[in-house]
Design a protein around this ligand. Structure first.
Ligand code: IMP
Length: 192
């Protein structure tokens, strides 16, 4: 079976991908590849970061690979935090509570609460690069609501649901999320 490396050790992402393309490709994590170093990720766009990670693995190990990068883009903040979504509150670490508090604070006086989550996947297959994008539009809630999910889920409310991702729950979220949509496009391409 063809091997395909996913540039992550995140168990959730691995399972999600294996469930869809697992019968056509043997999906390997970075640990399974034997890659334990930190992969550079210092581009100023999501596309740039996804490509940078995929190229790093391809050039070093010569395997088919894909990498993803996700950002929350808030209209009233000119698209921020964007590429800085994970380390929005502190540049040196991912502190979810502080990240969410910062967004709520910055939007306190704002009427326009529109935002979108966007995931970009960069695939290098047989030396050729392909990009897939998934996004979901919605709003930043005025306070944390719900307990499911992770990251900004308690304050992101996808359009037409009236609930946050954390209230909708992981099963519903996985049918409509930015990441699920990008992964669906990747899988459609791999299965074509
Ligand atoms: P990554 O590129 O998948 O590591 O995502 C970067 C950051 O975006 C994460 O650390 C989270 O803070 C946030 N994030 C990504 N996906 C989601 C999501 O589905 N819900 C809430 N926050 C997310």
């Amino acid at each position: 079976m063809n091997k395909l490396v996913i540039a992550t050790n995140n168990a959730h992402k691995l399972e999600e991908i294996k469930a869809v393309v697992g019968d056509k490709f043997e999906i390997l994590s970075l640990a399974e590849l034997g890659c334990f170093e930190e992969i550079p990720e210092d581009s100023d766009t999501l596309e740039g970061n996804a490509l940078q990670k995929a190229r790093y693995i391809y050039e070093k190990y010569g395997v088919d690979v894909f990498a993803d990068d996700t950002g929350l883009e808030v209209v009233a903040l000119d698209g921020r935090p964007g590429v800085h979504t994970a380390r929005y509150a502190y540049p040196d670490r991912n502190d979810t509570e502080a990240n969410v508090s910062k967004i709520l604070d910055e939007l306190k006086e704002k009427k326009d609460r529109r935002a979108q989550f966007r995931t970009v996947i960069a695939l290098i297959l047989k030396g050729e690069e392909h990009i897939f994008e998934g996004k979901v539009e919605g709003f930043i809630a005025t306070e944390r609501r719900g307990t499911d999910g992770f990251g900004y889920d308690p304050v992101f409310s996808p359009e037409d649901t009236g609930k946050t991702f954390a209230e909708l729950g992981v099963d519903v979220k996985n049918t409509m999320s930015h990441r699920a949509r990008a992964v669906q496009k990747l899988c459609a391409f791999l299965n074509a």
